[in-house]
Write a protein that binds this ligand. Structure first.
Ligand code: GCU
Length: 623
């Protein structure tokens, strides 16, 4: 694979996070920075000249981490010689040398792609896998080169040509290393130690209701940027003001103030700003007649930012999103969020979504059900998925995996959660489809949890005040009355909660007795309800696991939820059956969560059509 680059530039000193991260103190604990070998996340990396390192990578299964620790359990890359690890790709010098690994003779797997779905013995594997790719490069003197990973679940140690670049924790957000000084002309070798072991103090914690897909699950790119380049930018409509584009540009590697021009030819916008000594400039552009983005009209503008010899193109939609009392206003107009929840998983080709083909399939299923909104649960989905939502006209609830029983009082857990939320917002802040940043799901109330989640809410607002901030809260049942008594709700824009009347509590027949008493003067968006149904299993409406039971429950839910005066949206659980190690019923589940409205072989269940009709009515009510 040839890497041909043609521009000359000096070293860049990108900031750790272009937007000033909010060092929110959690009970006086300073936020610890991540490994500082990580380079600043480049905004719109796909808009940069890049070589894809996707393809077949060799792999070695290493359950005892023999390739990382010596027999005294000392990491090889911390030893004086730095030799001996599986990343040390040099061939043994002579017959006397003794190694017990060989990537050249190892099996290969498709990257991006989780390992669980690519080899029988890896389906339930949790531990370390080493992955290696060899590629040709012809770096041009003076350029900057970024080695970018869209996501590695869960912990990645990355080596280039035998040298450690650094490590990253977090299974769903991108990271990158500046490899300008390690890249060589000709053959280069990148080795990744990927480890999907679950940990109580991680984000997410040990226990989740989704498959623990391990490995390099998203794109790997080698991107080239001019040494003085536009590292980050934000261009969105100011909160509640459709007549002003607001944001900033952040240069990297600049030796002094630079002129940066933002041009949006179709809107006849050509605005220039002067960066300061830190390479940053605020942007505020009055606009009179923008074609606003909406699900009905997902208008994206060609935007070009240029300055100091650099240029980057993007496609950006402009819209406003806000709440007013119990209403949600999209571009100033009341809207009902006709949504559905979905995981980042393809039911038909087992494993994580691999590219725009299967992502489009899932979003098309949502569109066909008359959705204008999706909850991308419970972790950041890929940038490609969000850009598809921009293009196809689906509003997005984006979420970090602060899920269930997190270690609220551990500083490193807090730093990890804040870093993942920051990385999500930094990556997707220019995507019109994203209307909600969700800071978590069903987290049990306690003082440490309230402090932790309060810190995340402040972090989200400090990084982006143009979108709504929410979380899937838990409800409280007093007899037949359901209320929300979560103190976190006072910091959030939506009254959002999961409720499983008719499935986990009460039966279809009993559930209609429940009443909601929600007095938060905020829009109510129900983030989950649902029932398991084995696709094709038919019986009467009182027989659990049947399509008829699921369908009756949806009808009962509509009757019950329509009694909430402030109901302004919902994302029933879930678009399509998904894999979970917690779902062990040998006949009805077999490691599948069956709450999908579509079965694991792509067939629509009865409730799919019931929800579709309900949304057609809702659409008419809000026209
Ligand atoms: C929970 C949780 C989901 C889970 C669902 C279920 O509320 O948020 O991740 O899959 O309920 O029990 O099916």
């Amino acid at each position: 694979m040839k890497l041909l680059f043609a521009m000359m530039l000096a070293a860049c000193a990108a900031l750790a996070h272009a937007a000033d991260p909010v060092d929110v103190q959690l009970a006086g604990t300073p936020v610890t920075r991540r490994a500082d070998s990580l380079a600043a996340p480049l905004q719109n990396i796909y808009g940069r000249s890049h070589l894809s390192l996707n393809g077949r990578w060799s792999y070695i299964i290493d359950p005892y981490e023999t390739g990382y620790y010596d027999y005294r359990h000392v990491p090889f890359d911390a030893s004086s010689s730095g030799k001996g690890g599986f990343y040390d790709d040099r061939k043994p010098k002579d017959k006397g040398d003794w190694v017990e690994y060989d990537f050249d003779r190892a099996p290969t797997m498709k990257i991006p792609g989780d390992w669980n779905s690519q080899a029988e013995k890896l389906q339930l594997y949790e531990g370390t896998l080493w992955l290696r790719q060899v590629f040709e490069a012809q770096p041009v003197q003076g350029k900057r080169y970024m080695l970018y990973f869209g996501a590695v679940n869960y912990e990645a140690h990355v080596y280039l040509n035998g040298k450690k670049l650094g490590m990253h924790r977090g299974g769903f957000t991108p990271f990158q290393f500046d490899v300008t000084d390690q890249l060589v002309k000709g053959r280069n070798v990148v080795v990744v130690k990927a480890d999907n072991t679950r940990h109580q103090d991680a984000i997410p914690t040990l226990n989740t209701d989704w498959w623990n897909y391990g490995g390099i699950t998203r794109d790997v790119l080698l991107a080239e940027v001019p040494a003085t380049h536009i590292a980050d930018y934000k261009l969105q409509l100011a909160k509640g003001d459709a007549h002003r584009i607001e944001g900033y540009v952040q240069m990297a590697g600049a030796s002094g103030p630079q002129k940066v021009t933002v041009s949006i030819p179709e809107a006849r916008i050509q605005a220039s700003v002067q960066t300061d000594a830190q390479g940053r400039a605020l942007v505020s552009i009055p606009v009179n007649k923008l074609d606003l983005w909406s699900p009905e009209h997902p208008k994206l503008y060609a935007v070009t930012l240029s300055g100091a010899g650099d240029k980057v193109d993007d496609r950006i939609g402009f819209r406003t999103i806000e709440t007013r009392g119990e209403d949600i206003l999209l571009n100033g107009k009341r809207v009902f969020l006709r949504g559905i929840s979905l995981h980042d998983e393809n039911p038909l080709i087992p494993g994580r979504l691999r590219g725009s083909g299967d992502m489009r399939m899932l979003l098309q299923w949502a569109r066909e059900m008359n959705c204008n909104y999706v909850r991308l649960a419970h972790y950041p989905h890929s940038e490609e998925m969000i850009r598809l939502a921009d293009e196809m006209g689906l509003m997005v609830w984006a979420e970090v995996p602060v899920y269930w029983t997190i270690s609220w009082d551990k500083p490193e857990t807090w730093a990890n959660a804040q870093a993942q939320l920051t990385d999500l917002i930094v990556r997707d802040k220019n995507r019109a489809s994203v209307v909600v940043w969700s800071i978590g799901n069903e987290t049990p109330i306690s003082a440490p949890r309230n402090a932790f989640m309060g810190g995340l809410a402040r972090t989200a607002r400090a990084l982006d005040d143009t979108r709504l901030v929410a979380a899937a809260l838990e409800i409280h049942r007093k007899g037949k009355t359901i209320t929300i008594e979560d103190p976190l709700s006072s910091l959030l824009d939506l009254a959002s909660f999961n409720e499983y009347a008719g499935w986990y509590w009460a039966s279809n027949a009993e559930m209609l007795d429940f009443k909601f008493d929600i007095r938060l003067n905020k829009p109510v968006v129900v983030t989950e309800f649902g029932a398991d149904a084995l696709g094709g299993y038919h019986a009467d409406a009182d027989t659990r696991w049947s399509e008829e039971y699921q369908d009756a429950l949806y009808r009962n839910q509509f009757r019950m939820l329509d009694g909430i005066p402030g109901l302004r949206g919902m994302t029933p659980w879930v678009l399509v059956d998904f894999r979970s190690p917690r779902r062990t019923h040998p006949y009805f589940q077999d490691f599948w969560n069956r709450k999908g409205l579509i079965s694991d072989d792509g067939k629509k269940k009865q409730a799919y059509f019931t929800l579709k009709r309900y949304y057609e009515d809702k659409q008419r009510q809000y026209e």
